[in-house]
Design a protein around this ligand. Sequence first.
Ligand code: ZN
Ligand code: ZN
Length: 178
Amino acid sequence: MKLDKIEIPELFKRNTPPGFKFVNWKEHDFLVVDSIFCKHGHNLLDSSVTIHGQPSIKLEVTIEERNGVMFIDAFWGSHAKLFSFFPGFIHDHALVEASCPHCRVSMMESYSCDEEDCGSDTGIVFYLPGDHNRVHVCAKLNCPSHRLEIIDVPNDLVRTISHINFFGEGIDDMFGDF
Ligand SMILES: [Zn+2]
Ligand SMILES: [Zn+2]
């Protein structure tokens, strides 16, 4: 996987958003998810499966009638994923139905995706530390659309970070069994 350099606004570095940390990797700073929860407050980070050396975000998923566990790269903007099942036959824009691996609560919400050629009306919501801080992600597999909602951080900075997609798109790391 290729990692591209990204400029993270200095102001943002001084106001690290809740639930995030900066990680210096290969001489660049990356924004990495550090605490993220289901609506019941269960920690979704799993240190037993690391991607790019960081704990991954673990979800229970159903994709085109297949159930399993999906691990998502905690590097903000990355779309690298690992699956506990082999998803090879799945359509590129299949709906990912996600739930908490601890309490099984649904993480689905309505979402209006602004990516061209997607048009999804379904998203996945993650909870960050703080009462009103969230990450919203389009529920279509491989759609890069995501939004950050953070109170107490200036809107334009939140928007800048929301638009970071520094890894490009696609499933770069896929394993059939583990
Ligand atoms: Zn839960
Ligand atoms: Zn989308």
